[in-house]
Structure formats: C-alpha cells, structure tokens
Design a protein around this ligand. Structure first.
Ligand code: GRF
Length: 192
C-alpha cells in the first residue's frame, strides 16, 4: 500500500549510540508506509548521528535542547516523532504540536521502573533489585512528564536467574529493536 503523499516522515530524537535508530533505519529504508527523514541529537558526539549519516539521513545537532523554537524548527515537516534513547524532557509546546504523534521507547515495563533519572543501567538495576520475573520494552505516547504517556505497545522478556544489569539490558534491547519499528509502522498507518 503506497500512501498518496508518500511515506510518513519520521524524525528521530537521539542522545546515544542509536541501536534503536538503526533498527528503524533498517526496517523503514524502503517502506512505502514510513521513512526516517531526519535525526536530531542534543549531543554532537552521539553515535546515532554517524548511523544516520551512513544511511544518508539529514541530521541536526541542537545548540540548546531546552529551546523549544530550535527543536520545532529542526522537526520541520515531520509527521511522526520518535524518541529513541533521547534523554531530555521535550518542551510542552513541542509535545502539544505532536500530541498522539510522538512516541518514546523505554527499556522496562512501564508504568513501573520509569520516571526522571530512570534510564540506562539504572532501570535494569532497579528491575533486578525488585525481584520481578519479567521485564521488557515499552512504547508510549509522549506527554509532559518522563515516561508517563499512554502505553501503546510492550514486549516482555524473562528475567533469568543470575541476570546482571548488562545481560538483562541486552535481552531487553533485542525486544526494543523488534517493538519500535512495529509500533512506528502501526502509528504511521493510522496517521498517514
Ligand atoms: C534504549 O534502551 C532505550 O530504551 C533507552 O535508551 C536506550 C538507547 O539505546 N531510552 P540506543 O541509543 O537506541 O542504542
């Protein structure tokens, strides 16, 4: 199914290595449904930027990630926004513009193990310390708070006996790489 206006234009916001971005680039590069059209980072040294450049996708490095006008301009004509390892809170004005069209991926089963400061290794340490038997990846709509918007998809993974934070993180990351492209395509079909 090809969209009359072409694939839905997806902007991806990143701060880190960008393996989730890579999963999107790989899944969407010839998709008629959605395409990554811009990658935006608050950090000039984010490994994700190199992945975007290798894929021929335009990049923007924000000079001031707290400036909503700069982010609005960088997002340009994007129709869907994906936070893929983006560590800054998105300004309310930008959230409002993309309400229902901006998603985040989190490496645990929200609503647990989320919120301010819950990112990276800390998430997996908290999961292991709690003794739960399952973790996983969550995709949710972005609202004005960290990790609190409506959950639109999850993929569970088992917590194995003897898991370290790194081992659990690696298992969750594989789930993220499956879940995120699936959710982007699903949302793009709805809004495109
Ligand atoms: C992922 O675990 C994601 O859920 C979290 O930050 C990590 C980013 O990894 N928000 P990468 O930059 O996509 O490799």
């Amino acid at each position: 199914m090809t969209k009359p206006g072409g694939p839905v234009r997806v902007a991806v916001l990143v701060s880190g290595g960008g393996t989730n971005l890579q999963a999107l680039l790989d899944a969407l590069h010839e998709s008629p449904i959605a395409r990554v059209t811009r990658v935006i980072s608050n950090r000039p040294d984010a490994g994700a930027l190199a992945r975007a450049r290798r894929a021929g996708v335009p990049t923007t490095v924000l000079r001031d990630a707290n400036d909503p006008a700069e982010l609005q301009a960088a997002l340009g004509d994007a129709q869907l926004v994906v936070l893929a390892g983006y560590l800054k809170l998105v300004h309310a004005a930008v959230v409002a513009r993309f309400r229902g069209r901006m998603i985040n991926i989190h490496p645990a089963l929200l609503p647990d193990f989320g919120g301010p400061g819950m990112y990276g290794r800390r998430v997996h340490e908290a999961v292991l310390a709690s003794g739960v038997k399952e973790s996983g990846a969550t995709v949710h709509l972005v609202d004005e708070e960290f990790d609190r918007g409506e959950i639109i998809g999850q993929e569970k993974v088992r917590v194995e006996p003897g898991d370290t934070p790194d081992a659990l993180a690696a298992r969750v990351l594989e789930a993220e790489h499956r879940l995120l492209p699936r959710m982007v395509l699903e949302l793009a079909r709805r809004i495109g």
